[in-house]
Design a protein around this ligand. Structure first.
Ligand code: FES
Length: 85
């Protein structure tokens, strides 16, 4: 589990082990587009503004991984992950 922080509003969203980052954000009313929900299409990409990502997608390049996360499959290594559109 970790906490996602939606940078635009400062809203804090708990992401339990059984929910994806995408699902947890949506449960809290934050709209994030998605398509494949399998880490391959790139639709659910969010910017990472703080924290460390555990990348589980197969679409981002190493360079993109420095500042982006695919919300449908990837998670946080840190206790908090600050994200935005
Ligand atoms: Fe396709 Fe997340 S919805 S990569």
């Amino acid at each position: 589990p970790f906490t996602a922080v939606w940078a635009a509003t400062g809203r804090r969203v708990k992401v339990p082990a059984h929910l994806s980052l995408l699902a947890a954000l949506r449960r809290d009313g934050i709209r994030v587009e998605s398509s494949c929900e399998a880490g391959i299409c790139g639709t659910c990409r969010l910017a990472v503004l703080g924290g460390e990502v555990e990348h589980r997608d197969s679409v981002l390049t190493e360079g993109e991984r420095l500042s982006s996360v695919m919300a449908c499959v990837s998670r946080a290594r840190s206790a908090e992950l600050v994200v935005g559109p």
